[in-house]
Design a protein around this ligand. Structure first.
Ligand code: CP
Length: 313
């Protein structure tokens, strides 16, 4: 198969295993490109992409923008904070006004779950979900799985524990879909109050004890505590959270085995992981960021192939 089964990237849930491998193989080629002295290809010279960010972002926004530039696309950047959204304009009107300027593809981050899916039904453009509330963050899961594959040779058969605030995390849900589709075993670890009751129906198991989970796994993906999405207190104190679910170097070294540590960022240093862990050889946090550009180039390139306009690949 040489094309994606979807016309939009709304979530990992809608991709099949062949799509995931195709994205990784395409990202392998783009990773080689972005490590050349001339890091740019003319593939998307005829494509215009709007980056619509209705919620804050550092990594995802910059990574998409760089990926689009490396592919030679034309780019429009939109930030809700400086826009007419503040004057009451609806999402559909905002996007239709941008599309009237002949935009082919929209990359959107939005605080509401389902916003990307809603948009894909309303407007005539390819939509890429850059994170929709607590729902999905598909390109983050793709770059996480790609980084595991790069470090360990394959994702199939690997044991991955996802630790922390699962309840509010779009990264957790997209990771669960991607890792299980690729044949990894997945465990969830965190305070009971931050683990949704339905989680085991997604093909994962729960291990409340972090040390036991770490002894079991090959990879630990340490998720951020998402204070901005919490309307009440889910654990007694940050200090207690860090003691029970935070990863520090003495704990890591007491395991007497090597595990790969991921974090999607931004990191609350001293909460999910200590600085000693984040900056150690165990962590591949900056590899994840580097791989994010190649993965986003692959996603944009493969979706652009499905647009009506011809590309110069
Ligand atoms: N990982 C991630 O989505 O980071 P940003 O919120 O900075 O984009």
């Amino acid at each position: 198969m040489s094309e994606l089964s979807v016309n939009h990237l709304l979530g990992i849930k809608y991709l099949n295993e062949s799509d995931l491998h195709l994205i990784f193989e395409t990202a392998d080629r783009f990773k080689e490109v972005i490590n050349r002295p001339i890091k740019k290809v003319p593939s998307l010279r005829d494509v215009t992409i709007a980056n619509l960010f209705f919620e804050n972002s550092t990594r995802t926004k910059l990574s998409f923008e760089l990926a689009e530039k490396r592919l030679s696309a034309d780019i429009l950047n939109f930030s809700a904070a400086q826009s007419s959204v503040k004057k009451g304009e609806t999402l559909e009107d905002t996007v239709n006004n941008i599309l009237a300027m002949k935009v082919d593809m929209v990359v959107m981050r939005h605080p509401h779950p389902g916003a990307a899916s809603f948009l894909s039904k309303k407007v005539d453009a390819c939509i890429i979900n850059a994170g929709d509330g607590t729902h999905e963050h598909p390109t983050q899961a793709l770059l996480d799985a790609f980084s595991i594959r790069e470090k360990l040779g394959d994702v199939a058969g690997k044991k991955v524990v996802i630790v922390g605030d699962i309840l509010h995390s779009r990264v957790a849900l997209s990771n669960i879909y991607a890792l299980t589709a690729l044949g990894a075993e997945v465990k969830i670890c965190g305070p009971k109050s931050l683990i949704p009751k339905y989680i085991e129906s997604l093909g994962v198991t729960v291990e409340p004890d972090l040390r036991k989970a770490l002894l079991w796994c090959d990879v630990a993906n340490m998720l951020r505590v998402q204070n901005e999405r919490m309307d009440k207190s889910y654990f007694p104190s940050v200090r207690e959270y860090a003691q029970l679910y935070g990863l520090n170097l003495p704990l890591l070294e007491s395991l007497n085995k090597s595990i790969v540590v991921l974090h999607p960022g931004p990191i609350n240093r001293g909460v999910e992981v200590t600085s000693a862990v984040a900056d150690s050889e165990h962590a591949i946090i900056l590899d994840q960021v580097e791989n994010g550009v190649a993965i986003r180039m692959a996603v944009i390139y493969l979706l652009a192939e499905k647009l009506i306009i011809p590309t110069n690949a």
